[in-house]
Design a binder for this molecule. Structure first.
Ligand SMILES: [Zn+2]
Ligand SMILES: [Zn+2]
Length: 305
């Protein structure tokens, strides 16, 4: 087994272990909140009902978006970005990089590729043997090129990219709401247990643990969520935020940002009623994206290379 395969194998095992740990934690919090907290600790019936209803709304939305993030596997480039057998043969026969680029430049004329490397070369994945569409990157953990790639997240054992970014963003949002709700409703009872204002019961330590864990989670999740709000607003992936993009024949600073309203629609879809629901609403095919240049120069109607 070579190192690359060993890394893939470890990534898969680590990923499923992380998912199992996250689900176990979630089940533990659910049990503590519903049984130990709402049923055995809270005394007012009205309070019990309100807490249960709102908690279940947040829990269901969290579980739904988590499931969708895990189950929507990475989208890969369409066949048109593959090199034909003849082109691959030319690649093998010629070792010179310049010659490779000549072939790629020629093929890329037919494809909606706007971004290039820093040196102006067409981006090509030697592992997958394909020309990379804009915003596509090779993921070492998944061992494939992933469309509109953000990063590989072990907590969902999946790549976050074109196929599931909306669900991932919603997952962050609902985890944050869930943690906030558990902390705000549970804190006063945790304080009363801590100061012995409430008599000791078997629920004391599970409730203290639950509030503590959710408070720590909240500290991590809020900055991540704010960062992703910023990325959505700018229509950038986390990968693009780390490395600047280089465009062919377009001013580089324009990027893929289309203005806030359109940037939101690029991730959440055209219909606002579905923005909070983890359902399919994504636009486009993930291989080509409108650019800021087209927005500011609509008469161009595409860019002539
Ligand atoms: Zn690749
Ligand atoms: Zn991946």
């Amino acid at each position: 087994m070579d190192l690359h395969r060993l890394w893939n194998f470890c990534a898969i095992i680590l990923g499923w272990f992380a998912v199992f740990s996250a689900v176990s934690l979630l089940v533990g919090i659910y049990y503590t909140y519903v049984l130990e907290f709402c049923i055995f600790t809270v005394t007012s019936l009205a309070e019990k009902v309100i807490y249960m209803v709102f908690y279940h709304i947040f829990f269901i939305m969290l579980a739904w978006s988590y499931g969708m993030t895990i189950l929507n596997r990475p989208a890969t480039p369409s066949k048109e970005f593959d090199l034909s057998d003849i082109e691959q043969g030319q690649f093998v026969r010629q070792e010179k990089q310049d010659f490779h680029q000549d072939i790629l430049q020629c093929i890329a004329k037919e494809l909606p590729i706007y971004t290039v490397t820093k040196n102006g070369n067409i981006r090509y994945c030697r592992i997958c043997n394909l020309m990379m569409p804009d915003r596509c990157y090779h993921c070492l953990a998944c061992n494939k090129c992933v469309l509109k790639h953000y990063s590989h997240c072990f907590l969902v054992n999946n790549c976050v990219g074109f196929s599931n970014y909306k669900y991932y963003f919603q997952l962050l949002f609902y985890v944050m709401l869930h943690c906030l709700f558990v902390c705000t409703t549970g804190l006063q009872y945790a304080m009363k247990f801590w100061t012995q204002e409430l008599p000791y019961t078997d629920a004391k330590y599970p409730i203290l643990y639950m509030v503590g864990v959710n408070a720590v989670l909240l500290l991590f999740i809020v900055p991540i969520f704010i960062y992703h709000c910023w990325l959505v607003g700018k229509n950038r992936t986390s990968a693009e935020n780390c490395k600047p993009l280089f465009f062919r024949n377009i001013p580089t600073n324009m990027g893929f940002s289309l203005g806030l309203s359109k940037n939101l629609k690029e991730v959440f879809g055209e219909e606002k009623k579905y923005w909070l629901l983890p359902v399919y609403t994504r636009k486009g095919d993930g291989c080509s994206f409108p650019t800021g240049y087209e927005r500011e120069n609509p008469e161009q109607n595409g860019i002539d290379f």
